[in-house]
Design a protein around this ligand. Structure first.
Ligand code: SF4
Length: 460
């Protein structure tokens, strides 16, 4: 009953966020950097920031997350962090031998105004960066944007620093998967493999943050896109970027830098968005969609038709990242459900327009908010005024779930108190089946638990 004092009286707030539906930029930059093979993320700021970012990723993935920190003290806060970063780069390359150090900034180093490319140039001049090794960087001030912004900026940095232009194009496509789980990246690769599409997925955290237990600790797990593969993204025939907020910046940068045309798609979560992704793969690479993939789609449609009566009309509240919310909303509308409350703390253009399109005019009562005031407190107030049947969002929703007795499906970032997200995808047709199972399980378990004795049945 932690949130029992949430008031039903909704007051417009201009300068206060309560329980934000986002977290800070460097977490996204760190997550993206871990999707490069033999990359060591580095936090240019105080130790506390780095500890928070590492621990949140570690708690979400249940895997050790390694990163360096410039360990700012009072002195570096006043005079700048150049000497700390130079020392850090020397230590990191000498002791840990990464192929890439991916530096991201924090609120403090951004406020000071440290110029990371200039410091990296100085490190190279001083011979602190060995030949064949790379330092890339992303500016990630957390007083703007969110973890998704940080992710997007670091993915763009991979293009800016490493992609190499080439006049001769190959048959490969680049896929920028957006902020999804390692399981989702694995599923995207599986779908490409089934369709006979040669794809470079970047970043790729599969086999990094879902690495198998072998009894041996590997500082650099086997997964991740390699530097060589990142260089070759400039030779690809096309780029498919999944998720407008997280992936479009990198895709457009690659087009500008290397002349690789791009198509920006929604995250392939749910039936319609996966259909569009599969169709884009088919059109771009001129392959035929194999029967196996069509059968998988058919199984999704079968579940939807078999269980339609349990989906229809259920009211859902969602919070999280814009790209995930757009695709989830479309999927829920496809299921004849009613996504009535949708909030994201991540700013960004066109989110409201995209949600509007996903709602397709079929949920006129839907309330959608984005930005600083779009927090979980507001969403809880809406729920208190008019309840919902289901919550879909990260672990922080468990307080609302407990307070109001509403089932919660954990989806998005962070999920700190359950496993599964690293191992089972929610993208593609396989992911759609998993989501359908989770929704049905949540809705029907509640009916089994709460329906009165006289209407309790073997099959509800
Ligand atoms: S909000 Fe800023 S100061 Fe706080 S942890 Fe994030 S980067 Fe560090």
């Amino acid at each position: 009953m932690l949130l029992r004092h949430t008031s039903t009286n909704v007051v417009e707030r201009n300068a206060l966020t309560v329980n934000p539906a986002k977290t800070c930029q460097p977490i996204g930059a760190m997550y993206a950097a871990l999707g490069i093979h033999r990359c060591l993320p580095h936090s240019h700021g105080s130790q506390g920031c780095c500890a928070y970012h590492r621990s949140t990723l570690t708690r979400h993935y249940k895997e050790p997350v390694m990163a360096g920190t410039s360990s700012f003290t009072e002195g570096s806060s006043v005079f700048g962090g150049q000497s700390n970063l130079l020392q850090a780069l020397d230590n990191l390359f000498t002791v840990y031998d990464p192929d890439v150090v991916a530096v991201h900034t924090t609120c403090l180093s951004e406020t000071i105004g440290d110029d990371i490319p200039q410091i990296a140039d100085k490190a190279r001049e001083k011979g602190l960066i060995p030949a064949g090794k790379y330092v890339i960087h992303a500016n990630t001030p957390s007083y703007a944007g969110s973890h998704v912004t940080g992710f997007s900026t670091m993915v763009r940095a991979m293009v800016d620093y490493l992609a190499e232009p080439s006049a001769a194009k190959t048959q490969a496509v680049n896929i920028i998967p957006g902020w999804v789980e390692p399981s989702d990246m694995r599923e995207i690769k599986r779908l490409c493999w089934q369709m006979g599409v040669e794809a470079t997925v970047f970043p790729d955290t599969s086999d990094v943050l879902d690495a198998p237990q072998t009894g041996e600790y590997e500082f650099y797990p086997k997964g991740g896109v390699t530097v060589g593969e990142l260089k070759q993204t400039g030779s690809a025939m096309a780029t498919l970027a999944l998720g407008h907020t997280a992936s479009s910046a990198a895709a457009r940068a690659l087009d500008t830098k290397c002349g690789v045309p791009c198509e920006i798609l929604d995250l392939p979560i749910g039936l319609s968005a996966t259909d569009r992704f599969v169709d884009a793969l088919r059109r771009t690479t001129n392959v035929t969609v194999p029967q196996y993939v069509e059968d998988e789609r058919g199984r999704v449609v079968d579940i939807v038709t078999d269980m339609h009566q349990y989906f229809s009309g259920r009211r859902v509240a969602l919070w999280g990242d814009p790209d995930q919310l757009v695709s989830l909303t479309e999927f829920l509308v496809d299921l004849d459900m009613r996504p009535v409350y949708i909030v994201t703390g991540t700013p960004g253009k066109k989110f409201l327009k995209r949600i509007d399109k996903a709602l397709d005019g079929r949920v006129p009562e839907a309330k959608v908010r984005q930005g600083p005031g779009a927090d979980m407190f507001l969403m809880h107030q809406w729920i208190k005024n008019e309840p919902v049947d289901l919550l879909i969002g990260n672990t922080y929703g468990k307080y609302i779930s407990r307070d109001d007795g509403i089932p919660l499906i954990r989806h998005g970032f962070p999920i700190l108190d359950r496993i599964g997200h690293s191992y089972f995808p929610t993208v593609g047709y396989a992911g759609a089946m998993r989501l359908l199972e989770k929704i049905l399980d949540a809705v029907l378990s509640r009916e089994d638990r709460e329906s009165p004795e006289e209407s309790f049945e073997l099959v509800m």
